[in-house]
Write a new protein. Sequence first.
Length: 521
Amino acid sequence: MNVETINETINSTKVIGCEKKTKVLEGDISVPDIKPDILSLINVDSDVFITKTEALNGKVNVEGTMEICVLYLAEDDGGTIKSLNNSFNFYETFNVPEANEDTIIDLKFYKGPIECKIVNARKLNIKSPITLDLKATNTIEHTIAKDVVDDRKIELQKEKIGMEMLCNCKRENIEIKESVSLDEDCKPIGEILKACIKIINEDYKISYNKILAKADALIKIIYVADNDERSIESFETTIPVMGFIDYNGISEDMDIELKYNLKTFLLKPVYQDLKALSFSVESTIEIKACVYKKGEMELITDVYDTENELKCEEESLEIMQGQINQKEEIEIMHGLLIPELENIKILNIEAEPNIQNKNTLDGKIALEGNIDFNILYYNENKKILESKKMSLPFQQVVKVPNLQSGADVDVSIVAKNIDYKKVDDNQIQIKMVANVIIHVEKNKEIRGIKNIEVVDGQMTKIPSLVIYYVKPGDSLWKIAKRFKTSINDIMENNNLKDDVIYPNQQLIIPRKVKKNLVEIL
């Protein structure tokens, strides 16, 4: 006979797959007929866009594209600077047996160094690795008993548990279509050599069952000016990014984790009266919003009947009792040597921080790694475009309240803003403002009761009175369960004011049975 229970539904998350795969993208880039031959290479870099992730039937499929931008010195009379742009599409499948259409996908990617070789004056060979770091998670629904219905013979041990449940993860695409005008003192655009986009200043608000996601898209371009000098110029601006994600029942006390993913990016000069003083931007940005609800619940962790044998079905599950989502802004300063600095116009500085070691301590995390700098500059005397690449070490300690030593921390560093100033004729000092993004989950494994069943058969015979000497590791619950009595009865018969007991303490364990047996244990 089953005991009627009052149940509670709990959602837990289970990591069903973690895997890294490295793909090497390789291919040729041919110079279009309208562009001159290649004399030498100036700079080669790339952007990666994840265009699709799909979980279905035990597999996770990832699609993306790597956009390659090559700046080269042309073999012509003027020694002009030209650009080549090409895309390499990639596709990867991860075998995750438990994956289904509701699986939550968290994907990170890391770009490796680009190898670029001149095959001939009209062709380049590109080789570049990309590492895909996949984490797949399923939400599992558990039905756990929290009470029984009006049965006074059953003794229950309960535990109040604080937890944070993942309610849902939603994805929403935001389309950007903007026209951007150059500043008044900027020279008109002749040819765009390089364009890039980065999402900064992420934020959100909750209002009327919606998540309002807000951020800025930082746009940078490097271009050949449409003037007699054909000078190399740079320009940057920000475009507001805003999107709504519908979520019924959302409230301010819920935790929200937002992640932005750039899926597409296209930039073109806009001509008016044969002059390009503006450009158009089109981009698709995917926002993933995961919503967590905080709460407390009481679960039955153990049960017995004073008159009947019980059979219980237990379930083990891992719950999240809290998480740390922290974004800390840091500054990293470095000095760089650049010869002939007085004749140089710096057009763009890119920085890619890489964490090599992390050490979690109580209340802080220590990071070590390097920063890969790529500086693009124009020598106005020589009329040439040059680039300088270098890797410099960094060390940083970030305070993280409530962080425990040895905790498993997911941490990344994203460059937000890069500025510089001249120190002398051959040296600049770079100041990189970056966001350290820290995510920690505090998990706990619990065992809950699912079903309670009364087992037919004779109870184990227990004397009516037991004199029991407490052993190490005992508790009143364990003793009461062993002798099919109640904690209250033990406390009343031994004049105990609380449930604290100690080894070798003598307890009288009473039971109402027909035979008057006494046993000393």
